[in-house]
Design a protein. Structure first.
Length: 165
């Protein structure tokens, strides 16, 4: 499965996001493989609870939200101050939450820019800044004052693909 999204933006700036999902499975080598009975494991309601994940309990190859934030910061550094702009995006998202009726993409962006939706432990102490940015956004409301807290970021990153109405 391939997923790609290109967003043209103002000026000579553009953002591209891509995701590839690969699946491998064994083909049956003869007809008896198709008839083999498979045992089902018993499932319990508690099996589906989302425990707090730690570095030791996370499967190999999984990325945390904090790792994804770091990658996005690096990409945004080309446009200016990556960390400050990502923190401002988190703040602006909390100050002006996405309308839940705007579809799946709006929901995904909202969840991604809302650090309180994860139960992952911080990788470094500085990751706490994202929660602080969310709290600042919630406390200042929709007055649009996040730029005062993050003056290093000269533009609102959300303005590239959202519009307040």
């Amino acid at each position: 499965v391939l997923f790609g999204l290109g967003l043209p933006m103002e000026g000579e700036v553009s953002m591209t996001l891509g995701y590839v999902l690969k699946c491998n499975y064994d083909l049956p080598y003869n007809a008896s493989e198709l008839m083999r009975q498979r045992r089902r494991s018993k499932r319990h309601e508690g099996d589906f609870a989302l425990p707090r994940t730690t570095t030791a309990s996370r499967p190999e190859g999984w990325m945390t939200r904090w790792t994804l934030y770091g990658m996005l910061e690096s990409a945004m550094n080309a446009l200016g101050s990556g960390k400050a702009c990502l923190l401002r995006a988190v703040c602006e998202s909390a100050a002006n939450p996405f309308d839940t009726e705007r579809g799946l993409l709006g929901e995904l962006v909202h969840v991604f820019l809302t650090p309180s939706t994860t139960q992952e432990e911080y990788e470094v102490y500085a990751d706490r800044e994202y929660h602080a940015a969310e709290e600042i956004g919630r406390n200042i409301g929709s007055r649009g004052k996040c730029e005062r807290f993050y003056p290093e970021c000269e533009y609102n990153p959300l303005d590239y693909f959202t519009k307040l109405v």
